[in-house]
Design a protein around this ligand. Structure first.
Ligand code: AMP
Length: 470
């Protein structure tokens, strides 16, 4: 058995994108983008940006920080125009620098373009290097600029054909919102790995990573953008174009486990319901004797509820969460690391003292969080702590938009369930099987990327070869 080392950082989530084509005088595109991005803040806390077009030109503002830290009324007031795209970023590619904040704006033969990207390309390095050999100059280190360059170099074909050409050469995941001076375009990669949906408010159209952002601005959900679809919105309405996606969709399963907000519906699947169902299935056939089920706030509360319902063990609160700790919170140095989890979560001793606890969390990535929570509950007087995880063990890194650590840093990569149980200090540990997790999202007609759980990626991360689903 290899030594399991404590790691401070964890895998972090992908980005969030938003777009609006406003055709109603009472809807201000930049303001709508602000509220939309605020609803997507959970998808990225490192930087935020909005670009706006008024039919002639594009203005933009982006900076490091949370949405309300980056924008104020004056900045939003200066972003005049009826079409907007916005982005919240957690870096999965490229360094933490304002130059890498999105949307990325460029001027080409087709005029100004602004692009915001959620996802990750596996062949960005190779494409960039080829273009650099041909004299291209890049201002950022993000793969989004590679996409923008690929579109710009096919300008002579017109925007939609240029996008199709780009889609034929890039490999990876991408949900994109692209702004031209007079139109808004949404693009989803041929596998539909990252979510993107279309909404409507009055006569205005909206694109967003998750439906919760539509709710936030009072827009109604129209439909999800389809895998391989290019949806163009301009003054004449909506027009769709497609690149062939004969291999079937591969939506990221981890969106349902952890990323997405519970009040979102993605490709027809209600995120909250899928989590409750995961908890229920986790309890099926589990004969653990316990007094109370608790969940790790916030992402595991739905699963804990489902577990309690199915098992008949009462649900209770065992942990309180400081709601103001974002992920930009400065991670303490080694000596202070204990505080990292403590400042986010604290046990409720009166509720857990003397009890046998079933502790439900949504995932174990490196194991450090679970280990600290188990210890916290024991210190608060819990008699037994039985850890239950509403997803399978994460065995492999993600190449499609989640900044996972390397394989060695993932505790599930080379440790058995017993070894993980020992490391986190629980009395017992059980994961939901992949088959059961897939049952929680069944019925949508989608297929899923399960690479982090079983290594079956839709695209070979080394060669970029697209792999058909068996
Ligand atoms: P750990 O096992 O210490 O790496 O962390 C697992 C915990 O992190 C669980 O409570 C999850 O809810 C949470 N988690 C899972 N995925 C992510 C992610 N991408 N970013 C931040 N936290 C996550």
């Amino acid at each position: 058995m290899t030594d399991i080392k404590e790691q401070g950082d964890r895998m972090e989530e992908a980005c969030g994108v938003f777009g609006i084509y406003a055709q109603d005088s009472d809807i201000h595109a930049s303001e709508a983008a602000y509220y939309g991005l605020f609803a997507l803040q959970h998808r990225g806390q490192e930087s935020a940006g909005i670009a706006v077009a008024d039919g002639k030109t594009i203005r933009q503002y982006r900076n490091l920080g949370l949405v309300p830290e980056v924008f104020d009324e004056e900045i939003l007031g200066g972003l005049t125009g009826h079409i907007a795209v916005g982005h919240v970023r957690y870096s999965t590619f490229g360094g933490k620098d304002v130059i890498n904040a999105q949307p990325v704006v460029a001027r080409c033969k087709m005029g100004m373009l602004a692009l915001a990207h959620n996802g990750n390309l596996v062949n960005a390095d190779a494409l960039r290097s080829d273009m650099e050999d041909n004299g291209a100059i890049f201002q950022t280190t993000v793969d989004t600029e590679v996409i923008l360059n690929l579109i710009a170099r096919e300008s002579s074909k017109g925007l939609v054909e240029a996008i199709k050409s780009m889609m034929n050469v890039v490999r990876g995941s991408y949900a994109l919102v692209l702004l031209a001076k007079d139109r808004l375009i949404g693009i989803r990669d041929p596998y539909g790995i990252r979510p993107l949906c279309l909404g409507r408010i009055e006569n205005s159209f909206v694109l967003a990573s998750e439906s919760c952002a539509l709710d936030a601005i009072g827009a109604e959900f129209v439909r999800d953008v389809r895998p391989g679809e290019i949806v163009c919105i301009d003054e004449s309405g909506i027009h769709s174009h497609y690149v062939q996606s004969p291999l079937g969709s591969r939506l990221c399963l981890f969106e349902f486990v952890y990323f997405a907000r519970p009040d979102s519906v993605i490709d027809g699947i209600n995120v909250y319901q899928s989590r409750v169902d995961a908890g229920r299935r986790l309890a099926m056939g589990d004969d653990v004797q316990a007094d109370m089920v608790i969940g790790v706030p916030d992402s595991a509360l739905a699963a804990a509820m489902g577990y309690a319902e199915q098992s008949g063990i009462p649900y209770g609160d065992g942990l309180a969460k400081n709601r103001y700790v974002g992920r930009t919170f400065i991670q303490p140095e080694q000596g202070m690391r204990e505080l990292g989890v403590r400042t986010k979560l604290n046990a409720l001793p009166r509720n857990v003292r003397g009890k046998r606890i079933v502790l439900v969390d949504d995932s174990i990535v490196r194991g450090t969080t679970s280990r600290k929570i188990v210890e916290m509950l024991r210190t608060a007087g819990a008699k037994e702590v039985h850890m239950r995880i509403s997803s399978p063990s994460v065995l492999n890194p993600c190449y499609f938009g989640i900044d996972t650590a390397t394989s060695e840093e993932l505790i599930g990569h080379d440790h058995s369930v017993e070894e993980i149980c020992r490391f986190i200090g629980a009395d017992s540990l059980k994961f939901l099987s992949l088959e059961d997790l897939l049952r929680t999202v069944a019925g949508s007609g989608c297929q899923f990327c399960t690479g982090c759980f079983d290594g079956r990626y839709p695209i070979d991360p080394q060669t970029g070869e697209m792999i058909a689903q068996e």
